[in-house]
Design a protein around this ligand. Structure first.
Ligand code: SIN
Ligand code: NI
Length: 272
């Protein structure tokens, strides 16, 4: 119940060099953004929501590469008070606004990404291929709710790839993995991974940052919660691909291209 949850209050500003490095690299890590005690309060309700819908995903072996990567459960904050307290947390939204160097950020949506025991790799992709958002000021916070050991690991990011914006029009899957992997060999991408992470550490990456994640060879569930935010004042972009038409309906309530996004589904989370 929400009233027993710890408040995720804002913290002091990030160091200036971290903000500068994010602008250059398109990713960063904030260790200990939530304490183990705070995470322990939010894990049970979020875990329960994911496990409730998990049977609908079917057997791991029967899914395609994208399906094997994780149990993807979006929009938790609209169905559960605890998830809402987590995804609307001023602490997280403030970090997003600082890294994007904007005055305010709005919610695009949240989603749990639980990589199951034996779950497959997450293919190379750029998130923003999906999003009809007319800005490059978009960001995802990715926070494990359990400790992730080195041999499970976190994402790998291509440094500075956000500055190139769309590097292809692939959505996530075998094709995107093959295409970006050959680009990596041809162009010699510089990459970064933050490796093992503790529950409550968080990575942040820009919407155009190219990234992937390794498979889960362990018997533990890689429980991760993500929050996607964008700069206040952003307009709906022209719809150029079917996945963007889908996002326009689901996450922007069908708002027309050119419209400033300010509906109830996209609340202003910072400043509060
Ligand atoms: C993952 O959790 O494996 C990938 C997350 C992402 O693509 O943002
Ligand atoms: Ni992604």
């Amino acid at each position: 119940m929400a009233h027993t949850l710890p408040p995720l209050d804002p913290r002091p500003d990030l160091p200036a060099d971290q903000v500068r490095d994010f602008a250059r690299d398109g990713h960063t890590v904030v260790r200990g953004l939530a304490t183990p005690e705070e995470v322990a309060a939010f894990l049970p309700p979020i875990d329960a929501m994911v496990r409730k819908v998990a049977p609908h995903f079917g057997a791991l072996e029967s899914r395609d590469t994208y399906g094997k990567a994780f149990l993807q459960v979006p929009n938790l904050c609209m169905h559960d008070d605890a998830a809402r307290a987590f995804s609307f947390a001023p602490r997280f939204a403030k970090v997003a606004a600082e890294l994007l160097q904007v005055d305010g950020v709005r919610l695009y949506h949240d989603q749990a990404l639980f990589k199951e025991p034996g779950g497959g790799h997450t293919p190379w992709h750029q998130d923003q291929n999906y999003w009809p958002l007319a800005t490059d000021r978009t960001i995802t916070m990715w926070m494990p709710l359990v400790d992730i050991p080195e041999h499970v690991g976190s994402m790998t990011f291509v440094d500075g790839s956000h500055l190139r914006r769309a590097m292809g029009d692939w959505i996530i899957g075998d094709e995107s993995e093959a295409a970006y992997e050959s680009m990596r060999h041809e162009q010699g991408f510089r990459t970064t991974t933050y490796g093992a992470m503790k529950a409550g550490d968080a990575t942040f990456h820009a919407g155009w940052t190219l990234h992937r994640a390794p498979a889960n060879p362990t018997g533990m569930m890689r429980a991760v919660m993500t929050i996607i935010l964008f700069a206040d004042g952003t307009r709906v972009a022209p719809i150029e691909a079917p996945q963007q038409a889908f996002d326009q309906q689901i996450w922007l309530a069908g708002a027309e291209p050119g419209t400033v996004i300010d509906g109830p589904g996209n609340p202003l989370l910072w400043p509060v």
